[in-house]
Design a protein around this ligand. Structure first.
Ligand code: HDE
Length: 709
């Protein structure tokens, strides 16, 4: 019988693996060469991990094989229930740095001292898809931040869209059932383009504002690094004197916002389903730490009473133009997790995790969430002691009188596990602190007990319209195309019509454009609104992605298609210019082994042409040699590389030798100003300046930047 135990020991790679040492006697489990001995969970050394124990070489497996049984038993229990929503997510560590003392508005400890850093963990996610779904689903993105403050963990469990579908938490299960895969068939997954979703939306007018947002490019972000975050609900801040100020939380990405286009999203999902997680991981690993600024929109009761909408209604936002955002600090993500499961999967965000100086509002969605998050962690993590997991434990001292339960790691060690108690000193345990402890804001609450929705929540269309007219022409075209795509996947014509009947209350031109694109035979009547939509809300710049772009290529990626004979001078100039801008260059070559450049030097490739399609890049350069062109013209992947970049309005740099490829692939289309020939360093600089605009929208839209329909 083969016994390869010698080679087997060498196979154990020490790598980054941290040696888990018991409390004593640890050294004889580690051989002299530093390689740890494989053991059972009980620490018993294992001699053979390749063969189970059996009776005779071809006989049955012995029950006494404790190593086999432990190994299989543990494997069988590796999975925990995935999150019922936001199952697919990706997390990273970092810190929040406070700019100035905010003691006048909040007593929250993390905001008291300028420059103070608070450790943070952030998990980004999609909502509808399962854990293994693709990153570029059209969906809301979760933006959940855990701040390990010196007075407890504070979780801001937000999204990348500032409003929500529903006004009352009791509708959440219905919304999510409708959005996720249909129960009889188990599909479609990670998609809202199906009957159940639009059936629910069309029967729930309060969701129309949010529907506008998810049909916009906000729902297909280029990367987590390029999206905004929102706390969504109105919260309270409370200062040391007990004065309360209402607040809405905003996260503003340092690199500005950017999205992809739908056709690109669909292709990215095939080319790299992990596009977003890879992007965040790569940025952090390379030291380009993603950053957001935290902003407060602060307002008082008088503003709340006079605002056109109810500040407790999560289907509404307060435009920045009406209540400006005050930047209070920055969030930096500078460390990837050591282990995905232990940290990203087991992190337990709870909206009710707040700290002294922050308080809830009566938003009925928030109130419902405060029940749901704690409850869901019990199911997911299997017991009440999930706070003992390192990712969930506070980093400040904590002392409770709670004890026992599954998997407890910390129990009170004092004699008294109750209070009041008369044990003094070390035996008595922790005591409450009226001065330091959390005080709920003493708002006056009275009224009859009713199942009712306030009248002040009844306007469902006005802000949907304001959102639409605040978009540039390109963005409006994308919204029209998104509605058309989604509704074309709906099989029941009556559902399509019902959605259009709502769009008629938002913007007639939009409704007509979608109806036409669907080839709807008869235009429905506008849905009966609970309250007539207002038409006096003006377009605001803050709601558009394109009007807030940063004019920068920092943090973006250029894909360079090369071949043998690639012009090494041009490539060098490109690399230098991109380095200076803080952008990344990837070399794409016919074979992964690389290419021989014009000066005979060897150039390593990052991707092959089929492995690195242009959808993975923000802009492309085609630097192939004359000799390579005939072969590339025949290669479908090389053709798609150019055609897709063209169709997705990307900037394309090229050397004159590559021109025949562009011409052959694009047929008789004119090379517009988005195509830039590069030879000199100045031309390379000009190309990069164009790339800062991110897309050459003129190619696909006649009036790319005009606001309003
Ligand atoms: Fe959530 N949501 N949610 N949600 N949510 C969950 O908690 C829920 C809502 C959000 O990365 C669940 O731990 C209800 C709004 C994020 O781990 C669950 C309602 C917003 C995450 C839950 C809402 C969010 C969740 C599932 C209606 C933006 C992922 C797993 C009232 C402000 C957190 C979990 C992470 C996760 C319930 C609505 C954001 C079931 C009942 C509005 C970012 O508890």
């Amino acid at each position: 019988m083969a016994n390869n135990s010698d080679t087997r020991r060498k196979k154990v790679q020490l790598g980054d693996q941290k040696l888990k040492r018991g409390e004593g006697g640890e050294t004889h489990q580690i051989a002299e060469d530093g390689v740890p001995t494989l053991t059972t969970k009980q620490g018993a050394p294992i001699s053979d991990d390749q063969n189970s124990l059996r009776i005779g070489p071809r006989g049955p497996t012995a029950m006494e094989d404790f190593h086999f049984r432990e190994k299989i038993f543990h494997f069988d229990h590796e999975r925990i229930p995935e999150r019922v929503v936001h199952a697919r997510g990706f997390g990273a560590h970092g810190y929040f740095e406070n700019y100035a003392s905010l003691a006048n508005v909040t007593r929250a400890d993390l905001f008291q001292r300028p420059g103070e850093k608070t450790p943070a963990f952030v998990r980004f996610s999609t909502v509808a898809g399962n854990k293994g779904s693709a990153d570029l689903a059209r969906d809301v993105r979760g933006f959940a931040v855990k701040l390990y403050t010196k007075e407890g963990n504070w979780d801001i469990v937000g999204n990348n869209i500032p409003v929500f579908f529903i006004q009352d938490a009791i509708k959440f299960p219905d919304l999510i059932h409708a959005a996720k895969e249909e129960p009889d068939r188990g599909f479609p997954q990670a998609q809202t383009a199906h009957d159940n979703f639009w059936d629910f939306i069309s029967l729930t007018p309060e969701s129309i504002h949010m529907a506008m947002w998810i049909m916009s490019d906000r729902a297909i972000p280029r990367s987590f690094r390029f999206m905004e975050g929102f706390g969504v609900h109105t919260f309270r801040l409370v200062n040391a004197r007990g004065k309360s100020t209402f607040v809405k939380f905003h996260w503003k990405p340092k690199l500005g916002m950017q999205s992809v286009v739908w056709n690109e999203a669909v292709k990215i999902n095939g080319a790299d389903p992990d596009f977003h997680r890879r992007d965040l991981w790569a940025a952090i690993q390379s030291g380009n730490f993603p950053e957001w600024e935290l902003g407060f929109q602060l307002f008082d009761e008088t503003f709340a009473d006079n605002f056109a909408f109810d500040v407790l209604d999560a289907t509404k936002l307060i435009p920045e133009e009406e209540v400006p955002i005050r930047k209070v600090g920055r969030l930096v993500l500078d460390r990837c997790v050591d282990n995905f499961f232990a940290e990203t999967e087991q992190v337990a965000f709870c909206t009710q995790n707040i700290v002294p100086g922050v308080d809830f509002s009566n938003d009925p969605l928030l109130q419902g969430r405060n029940f749901s998050y704690l409850d869901t962690q019990l199911k997911r993590l299997g017991g009440p002691n999930f706070t003992h997991l390192p990712i969930n434990a506070p980093k400040c001292p904590f002392a409770t009188l709670q004890q026992d339960g599954h998997m407890t790691l910390v129990n009170p060690t004092n004699r008294a596990n109750y209070e009041p108690n008369s044990w003094g000193g070390e035996f008595g345990g922790p005591r409450e602190s009226p001065e330091r402890g959390f005080q709920s804001y003493p708002s006056q609450e009275t009224g009859p007990k009713l199942r009712i929705r306030s009248d002040t929540f009844a306007d469902h269309y006005s802000q949907a319209r304001q959102f639409y007219i605040s978009q540039t022409k390109v963005e409006q075209e994308h919204i029209t195309a998104a509605f058309t795509f989604e509704l074309s996947k709906v099989e029941v014509p009556a559902i399509r019509s019902r959605v259009i009947s709502h769009l008629l209350n938002v913007d007639r031109a939009l409704a007509e454009a979608v109806a036409k694109a669907l080839r709807l035979k008869t235009m429905p009547k506008p849905a009966e609104p609970a309250r007539p939509p207002r038409t006096d809300l003006e377009a605001v710049q803050s709601l558009s992605i394109l009007l807030n772009a940063h004019d920068s290529f920092e943090g973006r990626k250029l894909g360079v298609l090369t071949s043998d004979g690639v012009d090494v001078g041009v490539l060098k100039a490109l690399r230098q210019a991109l380095d200076k801008e803080g952008a990344i260059l990837e070399v794409i070559a016919p074979e992964i082994g690389g290419v021989e450049a014009s000066d005979g030097s060897w150039l390593e490739a990052n991707q092959t042409i089929s492995g690195g399609p242009s959808v993975l890049y923000d802009a492309i350069a085609v630097l192939v040699s004359d000799e390579a062109v005939p072969q590339l013209i025949k290669d479908p992947a090389a053709r798609d590389f150019v055609v897709d970049a063209y169709a997705h309005s990307k900037f394309v740099a090229y050397t004159s030798s590559a021109l025949p490829l562009l011409k052959a692939v694009l047929g008789n289309r004119e090379l517009d100003q988005g195509f830039i020939e590069i030879k000199t360093a100045k031309e390379v600089a000009d190309f990069l300046r164009s790339c800062c605009k991110l897309r050459f929208w003129e190619r696909t839209s006649e009036e790319p930047r005009r606001i309003g329909g």
